[in-house]
Ligand binder design. Structure first.
Ligand code: DAH
Length: 360
């Protein structure tokens, strides 16, 4: 009998030692297999329990109690061991995943959108809101679309090398477009009527780069062709654009001009919003914004020349239209008081940020 008592005690002691060891090793896996060994179905204490039937009732009760107690102690020891190991694992993970917020970081400066891109979007939005579409055309353009189709005579000065950048070989008659107007022709050739489109984009001229000239600049072209359109529709559309760009108080005027692809043609001027035209009358108060002209030239426009419609196969006895084209860079200059065109191309982010700050 004492033998069995001793066996129970030593089994319980060994079980507790096994828990200790597994905890020291930090191994949950070991703990689980040891638990199986000491209190699982095939555990020694369970075998002893099964042998109790051979004993006298008194002995059975006494030894049964001791075994029960031993199993209870071991169950508790394994549970505690498991909790200890789980806590340690969690702590280790938290430690491993700690983020040191005091570490220095590499800062990547934020960029800024170029004022031209922002303005192109704003101008197009004015037209999208009226149901117009936005069109695009290539910057390397057929000479025919840039000039001939727009009724430029073959000896028109704009065609000279001094004004226009020709692409080699000259025999292919390709140029860098000098205005966005060829998109008018492309639109008429590919779209069904009526047509209401604006086309923003880059244009090229053989100009020297300085504070007031860029060899590459931007224009916004507009074209509407429908039945019954007139100069009044043109004026209303441009006034709406001007108000959207410069505020409700802006005053515009159409000044007669000549363009081969519109008839009649005009230039649209803005009443100088700095001196309100005063500087033109009063030489003692010169104005830098309008160079004391009183008015600022904004763009060209007119009623589409029937010859242009005919070149695109449009029946000019049924349809009429109006067109306009203005400098986007110039618009940014007036709106934001940016007087040096060099700032537009030098890519200094401070320029973009500053203009964004004052954009209407
Ligand atoms: N393409 C002209 C230029 O670059 C501007 C222009 C004038 C566009 C009259 C038009 C227009 O659509 O109708 O100077």
């Amino acid at each position: 009998m004492e033998e069995m008592d001793a066996a129970v005690t030593s089994e319980v002691d060994r079980g507790k030692a096994a828990v200790q060891q597994a905890v020291t090793m930090g191994s949950l896996e070991t703990l689980i297999s040891e638990r199986n060994r000491y209190i699982g179905k095939a555990a020694r204490l369970r075998t002893l329990q099964r042998q109790l039937g051979q004993l006298t009732p008194d002995e059975r009760r006494r030894l049964g109690g001791i075994i029960q107690q031993g199993l209870a102690q071991l169950t508790q020891a394994f549970e505690q061991g498991e909790q200890t190991l789980e806590r340690a694992a969690l702590e280790a993970r938290l430690l491993a995943e700690t983020v040191d917020v005091t570490l220095p970081v590499t800062q990547h400066p934020m960029g800024a959108r170029h004022p031209i891109s922002v303005l192109i979007e704003q101008m197009c939005d004015v037209f999208i809101a009226m149901g117009w579409q936005v069109a695009e055309g290539p910057e390397a353009e057929a000479e025919w679309l840039n000039f001939d189709a727009l009724n430029f005579s073959s000896d028109h000065p704009a065609r000279f090398m001094s004004d226009t950048l020709f692409i080699d070989p000259a025999s292919e008659h390709r140029i860098m477009r000098t205005h966005t107007s060829p998109v008018q022709m492309r639109t008429l050739l590919t779209n069904d009527l009526p047509v209401y489109v604006v086309a923003p984009g880059k244009v090229y001229r053989a100009d020297e780069y300085d504070a007031t000239h860029l060899p590459v600049f931007h224009q916004l072209e507009g074209l509407a062709v429908d039945k019954g359109l007139s100069l009044a529709d043109l004026k209303g559309t441009l006034d709406h654009l001007a108000k959207s760009m410069f505020g409700a108080e802006i005053v515009t005027r159409l000044r007669p001009h000549f363009f081969p692809f519109t008839e009649p043609s005009a230039e649209i001027d803005l009443l100088c919003f700095v001196c309100h035209g005063q500087s033109a009358e009063d030489p003692s108060h010169p104005c830098r914004t309008c160079h004391s002209e009183g008015w600022i030239e904004w763009g060209g426009c007119g009623v589409v020349n029937p010859r242009v419609l005919q070149a695109a196969g449009v029946d000019s006895s049924q349809y009429s239209g109006f067109a306009f084209g203005m400098g986007i860079d110039r618009t940014v200059m007036f709106r934001n008081n940016a007087s040096n065109l060099r700032d537009f191309v030098e890519g200094d982010i401070r320029f973009s940020r500053e203009l964004q700050g004052v954009a209407r």
